[in-house]
Design a protein around this ligand. Sequence first.
Ligand SMILES: [Zn+2]
Length: 83
Amino acid sequence: MNWLRHLVLRWGARNFSLVCPHCRHPASSSTFRRGRYMLGDETLVCDACGETSVVTFWRFEGLSCRADRTDARQCAPLPNSRH
Ligand SMILES: [Zn+2]
């Protein structure tokens, strides 16, 4: 059952990131509190830029930001790229 718990924790952490798809500003605590229990087709207003977006896009943006950061580290130029 350890793996299941691990998976749930991972998914919980994933759901934690809400980033505005318009200005890429992370959700403030009040916006986050409103958005975290929303269903995918409900909309959330950004208090940084004032744009309204579907909460799915907020979650997706949060995920892609995290992926970008990991990619940047993995895609660092290798010193020995010649064969
Ligand atoms: Zn915004």
